[in-house]
Design a protein around this ligand. Structure first.
Ligand code: SF4
Ligand code: SF4
Length: 171
């Protein structure tokens, strides 16, 4: 009987206490600055698609949730004809972003990416592409790559010497 009374007393005591549960989405906790969630594909500062379809991100992804098909423009610039991420499998580890040589693929803090229909978590290139450059506002892979494109011909890239004229270079 005594134990029963103690139990009721505890219940009554807790009945008037303020709840400690934070209601979501009414209350949104501030996220850490480097929190990682939904992935995007970015453009370079000249407005071109950054992704060169090198497959490094899909190769490094521990859950194999990235797939794509590489293609090439007439000026030699590579791009992804299609690019797909299955967010139902993604564990937001960030390895794809680390592997990317062009800063194309980037993780954002947007975690509100939940769907009842699991197939809606498969994002195509048009769902992933954003207008801007994301975290790195200045980097353009083709200004450094040494590949002749509209961004620069041979010898016009950063830290690249002009092409050598082989005839004048002979002893
Ligand atoms: S964050 Fe990790 S799991 Fe998600 S796509 Fe990138 S490498 Fe794969
Ligand atoms: S997102 Fe980056 S790592 Fe992935 S294929 Fe494109 S350029 Fe390569």
């Amino acid at each position: 009987m005594k134990a029963l009374g103690a139990g009721f007393a505890t219940t009554l005591r807790h009945l008037w206490r303020k709840p400690v549960t934070e209601e979501y989405p009414e209350y949104r906790r501030a996220l850490p600055e480097r929190s990682r969630a939904r992935i995007v594909l970015t453009h370079d500062p000249d407005g071109g698609e950054r992704c060169v379809a090198c497959y490094l991100c899909s190769g490094v992804c521990p859950v194999s949730c990235i797939s794509m098909q590489a293609a090439e423009m007439p000026d030699g610039r590579r791009y992804a004809a299609w690019f797909r991420i299955n967010f139902a499998r993604c564990i937001y580890c960030g390895l794809c972003e680390e592997a990317c040589p062009t800063a194309a693929i980037q993780l954002t803090p947007d975690f509100e990416n939940i769907q009842r229909d699991i197939l809606k978590l498969v994002f195509e290139k048009e769902d992933l592409l954003v207008d801007g450059c994301g975290k790195d506002k200045t980097y353009n892979f083709y200004r450094w790559a040494g590949v002749a494109t509209a961004a620069g011909g041979k010898g016009a890239h950063e830290r690249e010497a002009p092409p050598v004229r082989v005839r004048s270079n002979l002893p």
